[in-house]
Design a protein around this ligand. Structure first.
Ligand SMILES: [Zn+2]
Length: 127
């Protein structure tokens, strides 16, 4: 009777669930690349090949920034929104649009230019 009360109080069923460790040790998690498709697989394959930023999402440090040597901003389209932290102590970002073939000067005086790369084609993505 006492064991029944304990079972009900702690919600323990009569059938216990047993797991055999040797059986589970043979199973491994599948490789994520095998399950990925489309853009996710494109990104994983690029990272495996050594390209850590295939979609140009990482922040870029400003270079010399002159009109002759502008900071190159990579994009997969003919335009991209770019944010410039003009001074290190600034708490805001100045945003502007960059278009292909039109270098642009930020308010701080640095020049930026867009470099267009081909985007992965929707119907040629790895399966
Ligand atoms: Zn700026």
């Amino acid at each position: 009777m006492a064991s029944l009360l304990v079972r009900r109080a702690f919600n323990v069923s009569r059938r216990d669930f047993h797991l055999c460790a040797p059986v589970m040790s043979k199973k491994t998690m599948p490789d994520p690349i095998d399950h990925a498709t489309g853009l996710e697989k494109y990104e994983l394959l690029a990272k495996q090949a050594g390209n850590d930023d295939p979609f140009f999402l990482k922040a870029v440090k400003r270079g010399k920034g002159t009109k002759a040597e502008p900071t190159i901003v990579n994009a997969m389209d003919t335009y991209r929104s770019v944010g410039c932290v003009c001074n290190e102590e600034d708490t805001n970002i100045k945003w502007m649009w960059l278009c292909e073939g039109v270098p642009k000067r930020c308010e701080c005086g640095y020049w930026f230019e867009l470099k267009v790369h081909p985007a992965p084609e929707k119907f040629n993505l790895p399966l």
